[in-house]
Design a protein around this ligand. Structure first.
Ligand code: NAD
Length: 437
């Protein structure tokens, strides 16, 4: 199948995939230090101390089959930063340190957190660039004041410059809240319009865009773990290419959508038809509380809905997939905390049109699924930033494997959603880098 994800990667087959070596500390900057960020950072420290294994991380747990028949671990086959070389910082609207934030998140056991308490207490989020109009359910306690959005973005640049002085290379990964639903507007269409909009306090520039702009301006890769528009606008694609800072997004593909992008290709491969797919979740963490607001849920809904049409391609197989009904709900239910339960009811049909049903009940843990993705993305984006033939394309489509709504080189072009095809592209790119190395 050809789609927008394919041509840039094919073109790069001809290019050299030589990697510039990376030495010293890799600084990881995280706007939003809630459940995902604390689970990721505490997890890396636990792994460094030999207390646990980095389960779910392709970079740490998987192998890469090479043309000579060997299968070294991914982390040995390509020149990735070592876990011991990772250093963390970030921003949040709640003060305190990461031990307190991790206790509030209620994801990791208290014993595990206490064992690394001094390390977590040593990281304090910086005051955030925040505007409650974009995340209505949260009351800020620790945020920057500025004359306008340009001033706030420049304050972020100063924070970044300070962190740059302490580390050798950097990546930024947005692990902040899902913002209200925004669509592309004229202010997003060019870097000139965007930078003018910063000065004019344009309401279509969300806080996540301030971080993305500041980060790219500093020549640092930006990853978007939420469904926010953030860097997926022509203005920031332009900036990414200008400064050679790669971008990737959006919305970590963790629980329900992971399973959906495994099951849908199976139906398609067996020519089984689909009448409808109903997905619902209960979730009780702060993310669930934010998504309880309809304007914020709309952003997540759009991201979650995008996958089925692209995999099943109703226009090619109307007898099987014409007019299927797809519904996605998220219900805020505090007793469950981060332990999300996702139900799927799939109404499918087979031979002669006879109906069948498939039910999935995934009792998952949201941040436990997201943390290894954050780790892989930081390491692979640092690798992309050191691979000239990758970084100059801007968007890193080869990392679509990790996202619910993958950004594409051409804004708004169709993306690849099938998990297995995405895995092939990911491994294929790593294999080409390994061959060169
Ligand atoms: N956990 C998952 O499985 C998963 C999957 C896909 C996407 N995501 C997305 O990842 C993001 C983080 O999820 P989480 O569970 O850690 O949420 P969380 O609510 O625990 O943490 C988000 C943090 O971001 C902070 N924040 C909000 N706006 C900010 C700003 N402008 N600057 C700095 N900090 C800001 C909040 O104060 C909060 O502490 C959410 O957008 C979520 O939708 C999570």
């Amino acid at each position: 199948m050809q789609n927008a994800a394919t041509p840039p990667l094919e073109r790069r087959n001809m290019d050299s995939m030589a990697v510039v070596p990376g030495t010293g500390k890799l600084g990881i900057m995280m706007p939003g230090m809630g459940s995902v960020a604390t689970t990721f950072i505490a997890g890396v420290e636990a792994v460094r101390r030999g207390m646990a294994k980095p389960v779910g991380s392709v970079s740490q747990m998987d192998t890469l089959e090479l043309p000579d028949g060997t299968t070294p671990p991914v982390r040995d086959a390509v020149p990735l930063a070592a876990l011991d070389d990772l250093v963390f910082t970030g921003w949040d609207i709640f003060g305190g340190n990461l031990y307190e934030a991790a206790r509030t998140a209620h994801v990791l056991e208290r014993d595990q957190l206490d064992a690394i308490r001094p390390f977590l207490e040593g990281i304090e989020p910086l005051p955030a660039a925040f505007d409650q109009r974009y995340v209505k359910r949260l009351e800020p306690r620790h945020h920057k004041q500025g004359r306008n959005k340009c001033d706030l973005a420049n304050q972020l640049r100063n924070d970044i410059a300070e962190f740059k002085a302490r580390t050798d290379r950097q990546v930024m990964i947005w692990t902040g809240s899902t913002e209200i639903y925004l669509t592309e507007k004229p202010v997003h269409q060019s870097l000139t319009a965007f930078e003018k909009g910063l000065v004019n306090d344009d309401e279509d520039i969300a806080p996540s865009m301030l971080y993305a702009w500041a980060c790219l301006k500093e020549g640092i890769p930006f990853i978007n773990g939420a469904p926010n528009l953030s860097c997926d606008i022509p203005a920031l694609h332009e900036l990414s290419k200008q400064t050679g800072a790669p971008i990737a997004g959006k919305d970590f593909k963790t629980g329900q959508t992971l399973i959906k992008t495994v099951l849908a290709p199976a139906l398609k491969a067996r020519c089984l038809g689909l009448h409808g797919w109903y997905s619902t979740n209960i979730l009780g963490n702060r993310d669930g509380e934010v998504l309880d607001d309809p304007d914020n849920f709309k952003t997540k809904e759009e991201s979650k809905l995008s996958v089925l049409e692209s995999i099943l391609r109703p226009e090619e197989s109307p007898d099987l997939y014409r007019d299927f009904y797809h519904k996605v709900r998220i219900n805020y239910y505090p007793p469950r905390g981060d332990n999300k339960e996702g139900w799927d009811n799939i109404d499918l049909f087979g031979w002669l049109g006879y109906p069948m049903q498939l039910k999935v009940d995934f009792l998952c843990r949201d941040s436990i699924l997201a943390a290894p993705l954050a780790l892989d993305l930081c390491l692979f984006m640092d690798l992309a930033a050191r691979t000239p033939s990758l970084k100059h394309t801007g968007v890193q489509e080869w990392l679509s494997f990790y996202f619910k709504a993958p950004d594409t080189v051409i804004v708004g072009a169709p993306a690849e959603h099938d998990l297995f095809r995405q895995a092939e592209v990911l491994k294929g790119t790593l294999r080409r880098i390994a061959a060169e190395a």
